[in-house]
Design a protein around this ligand. Structure first.
Ligand code: MG
Length: 369
């Protein structure tokens, strides 16, 4: 089987409401997603997606992703998409970095492999583990009562795991947010306080050692070294996200005792293949993990849920669905969807999503042998 054509679409994903994080430094009103379809000489195709969370979040952007595809797509044309490690090697040879663009191609190749073997991705990634995949909310930063109101809306849709965005330069404001959310938290609910790199180590130590929260704090400071410093002086479990740009940094995080959990995001790491490597390492060292993607449509969401569902329940915390924030849905009713707080996976081969071409519009690039 050979790749004969790679078609690329750019798709704007507007948010229902503007989203602020990292103390308000980062504002996103729409995501710039890139969707790819890989076609083969066997008549089987697959879908993948690369979608950074804006261009301030990590070193990635929508236009940069599509520029990277001008080098990556020709490098894999003619190759067997089922040979995923060979595809990964060819992409690393063609262009260092550009993990979000590599993720789009890698994801589409996994979809082809699933369709060719008539198996859902979850089976190819190790098999469905016991227990539900809980859905994780994403609560934009704001005043305490605004954030609690957003949590109540998520709760009404079945969410019992929440990711509340905090972080800023005023420790009193963050302590007030966290204490108010803790007071409103219901039995059985879990909250992660996601700082998105906003705190200096001193601020992190001050807030975390003063507030009432016993739950997770995520990416308190910018660098891994700063987070290690905070880890040694605070008591709550720490999860890392933006600092983890490749597998080597996960090794450093483990050996440096930086965290008890990590976010596992295919688009940040270079694809489902790279995310699976991190997931397997995380299981071996006992990390707890949120397995989800940076953003995107139901394509990226569902690929990540396949990885989450094949992760042992003890290591798996919850999964966020980016689709819930956007007014554009490329495949209504398909893929991973929230059913009263639990994410349901399709049984279809591959990722299990076939987007509507009418929603994607005209392609922006076609690469052919
Ligand atoms: Mg995060």
């Amino acid at each position: 089987m050979k790749i004969i054509r790679i078609t690329v679409w750019a798709l704007d994903l507007p948010f229902y409401e503007p989203y602020r994080l990292s103390g308000g430094r980062h504002l996103v009103e729409a995501l710039d997603s890139t969707i790819v379809r890989i076609e083969t000489d066997a008549g089987i195709h697959g879908w993948g997606e690369g979608c950074p969370w804006g261009h301030q979040y990590i070193p990635a952007s929508g236009p940069g992703l599509r520029a990277a595809l001008t080098m990556l797509a020709p490098a894999v044309l003619g190759m067997d998409p089922r040979s995923l490690d060979r595809i990964g090697e060819a992409m690393r040879e063609a262009l260092p970095g550009a993990h979000d663009a590599k993720s789009a191609i890698d994801m589409a190749c996994w979809d082809v492999l699933g369709r060719a073997t008539e198996l859902p991705l979850v089976t190819l990634l190790g098999g469905r583990m016991e227990g539900p995949v809980w859905i994780n909310s994403s609560i934009a930063t704001g005043a305490p009562d605004e954030m609690i109101e957003r949590i109540q809306r998520a709760r009404a849709n079945g969410y019992r795991v929440h990711s509340a965005k905090v972080g800023g330069t005023d420790p009193d404001a963050d302590i007030a947010r966290i204490d108010a959310i803790e007071a409103a938290r219901r039995p059985g609910e879990y909250v992660t306080y996601d700082v998105n790199r906003a705190w200096t180590p001193a601020l992190a130590v001050e807030v975390m050692n003063t507030c009432t929260a016993r739950g997770w704090f995520e990416q308190p400071c910018d660098t891994l070294e700063q987070c290690v410093h905070v880890r040694r002086l605070t008591r709550q479990p720490i999860m890392l996200d933006e600092a983890l740009l490749d597998f080597q940094i996960h090794l450093q995080a483990w050996s440096g005792q930086a965290c008890e959990g990590v976010k596992v995001k295919p688009n940040r790491l270079g694809g489902v293949s790279a995310a699976r490597q991190v997931r397997d390492f995380g299981v071996s060292v006992g990390w707890r993990m949120h397995v989800e993607d940076l953003g995107g449509t139901v394509i990226a969401d569902t690929a990540a849920v396949h990885l989450a569902a094949s992760t042992p329940a003890w290591n798996r915390l919850a999964t966020w669905l980016a689709t819930a924030h956007h007014s554009v849905d490329v495949a209504p009713g398909q893929g991973a969807r929230n059913v009263n707080g639990e994410i349901m996976l399709p049984d279809a081969p591959g990722i299990g999503v076939e987007p509507a071409l009418g929603v994607l519009g005209e392609p922006v690039a076609v690469y052919e042998v």
